[in-house]
Design a binder for this molecule. Structure first.
Ligand code: FUL
Ligand code: CA
Length: 487
């Protein structure tokens, strides 16, 4: 009898221990990174002295008075961005030309030296206030390369750069992201020297110290650069991440301007830091406004393709809108953004209903806490998990009646790490199981699009996972034909 009690007790303990959540596997995201993952889509605003001289890059010698928007209205930007579904806006406070959109105490190469608003204007402040008013987050870009500053290339410039950063980090409220560009072309005005200055990208800027300032002054802000530490460049400006895309990166040997940027498309499978990719791409060919590009705003199918290849491939999407000479978003960009938002809404607002007809080949501790029902409750926090050591499993979905489907959305519960490395999706068509699509990594979000099928049974097979799979959400959709595109 004693033994019977003991056995019951032991098996109770065992089954309870099985219902403990899986232990995190490998690097995991910080809270600030998780919040950032959930933003998914936000905007970039390239605006500055280049806007007025029709250039992408200027050399730092342009007269500040050229900066003269006739009708600047940051609320217009913010309202459009919000309607477009963006969760934040990042502004180029200073681009490579060194011209500052705020009245910095450390230079007069800024809005203060222009006649705009009688030299009393501050674009950064106007944007901060508009964001605050309409509930959008703000981020800032401060170019490390400065083609105006006479001391660029020596230590005095680094002090100047950090002083400017301090102003931006302390005077404009909370920032969700600070953007550190790796570009450095060498030649510039440099206070009249007009020469080429080469710096050692790895050591010159003393990044650790600068990033420490961001941590201290804006602990919630994610730091973006080619090398993280919170977000990495995706290695191209065309609008796509790798189909295989790990949020992991061995970032120690990397720095802004790191030349092996192709690796950034995929991340490192066994990387030792959590550094997800951000896809930055412009809605027009250029980053800054050029009237010659008014009819070159990307089409809705092009933007949808970018969305699938960024948000749909475990990245965030930073879509640039060049603000025009008036200081407004041009009507062509506005119309496109609003149409893009309604296309996304049509695509993703109505998942195919699943009605609890979902099962899995393995459920952690057979516990309802890890039930496959959690996969279809539209709640990222609830998840299905398999038992430890189970690295292959299938999820079966029975749709009672045959339904049309042309894409699937999957989300791993990333607070416990990125685990899955290979999976496929099968559907029962004409009484046979057929593979309809397959993939490698999932991460925060993976969307796969395939030719429309009609089926009542679907199977998701996790074929390879670094540790037991932990999935938050699975959804199926049917894209309206009107928005179909190839590729
Ligand atoms: C690049 C810059 O050189 C471009 O002008 C633009 O700002 C883009 C976002 O980053 O490195
Ligand atoms: Ca869920």
């Amino acid at each position: 009898m004693k033994y019977l009690y003991l056995t019951i007790l032991l098996s109770l303990i065992l089954s309870c221990s099985q219902t403990f959540p899986p232990k995190p596997y490998g690097p995991i995201p910080s809270d600030r990174q998780i919040k950032h993952h959930k933003m998914e889509f936000y905007g970039f605003i390239h605006f500055g002295i280049n806007t007025f001289i029709d250039k992408e890059w200027s050399d730092g010698s342009t007269d500040p008075d050229k900066f003269n928007p006739s009708n600047l209205d940051c609320e217009q930007w913010v309202k459009i961005a919000k309607k477009a579904g963006m969760k934040g806006l990042i502004l180029t406070a200073k681009h490579h030309d060194g011209f500052c959109l705020w009245p910095s105490d450390y230079t007069n190469y800024s809005v203060e030296s222009s006649n705009w608003r009688d030299g009393k204007g501050d674009v950064v402040r106007e944007l901060a206030e508009a964001c605050q008013k309409h509930g959008l987050k703000m981020g800032l870009y401060l170019s490390p390369w400065d083609r105006h500053h006479p001391e660029y290339g020596n230590q005095k410039y680094i002090t100047y750069y950090r002083n400017q950063l301090q102003e931006l980090l302390t005077e404009y409220g909370p920032l969700f992201e600070v953007w550190f560009d790796g570009a450095n072309g060498g030649d510039g005005y440099y206070g009249g020297a007009n020469e080429t200055r080469k710096i050692d990208r790895e050591t010159y800027y003393g990044w650790d110290k600068t990033w420490q300032m961001v941590r201290e002054l804006q602990p919630q802000a994610c730091i973006f650069s080619d090398a993280g530490p919170d977000l990495r460049w995706v290695g191209n400006e065309e609008g796509f991440a790798g189909k295989t895309n790990w949020c992991l990166l061995n970032r120690e040997q990397m720095y802004p301007g790191y030349p092996q940027y192709k690796q950034l498309q995929f991340g490192h499978k066994n990387g030792n830091h959590w550094v997800p990719a951000e896809v930055d791409v412009s809605i027009r060919p250029g980053w800054f406004y050029h009237s010659s590009e008014d009819n070159k705003v990307k089409s809705i199918p092009e933007l949808l393709k970018i969305y699938y290849n960024s948000v749909g491939r475990n990245s965030s999407l930073l879509l640039n809108i060049p603000v025009d000479k008036r200081g407004l978003i041009h009507p062509n960009d506005r119309d496109t953004l609003l149409k893009f938002a309604s296309a996304l809404e049509k695509c993703f607002s109505q998942p195919v209903k699943i009605n609890n007809e979902i099962s899995a080949t393995n459920i952690r501790g057979k516990s309802s806490r890890y039930s496959p029902d959690n996969l279809v409750d539209s709640d990222f926090q609830t998840y299905w998990a398999a038992e430890d050591k189970i690295e292959q499993a299938s999820i079966n979905i029975n749709l009672k009646r045959a339904k049309k489907i042309d894409k699937i959305l999957l989300q791993e519960y990333i607070p416990l790490g990125q685990r899955i490395q290979q999976f496929n999706i099968e559907a029962r068509i004409n009484n046979e199981w057929q593979e309809i699509t397959k993939g490698t990594t999932i991460g925060y979000k993976r969307i796969l699009k395939f030719p429309e099928i009609q089926t009542s049974q679907i199977r998701i097979n996790i074929k390879k996972s670094k540790a037991c799979p932990v999935i938050s959400e699975i959804q199926f959709y049917n894209l309206p034909d009107k928005y179909s595109f190839s590729g």
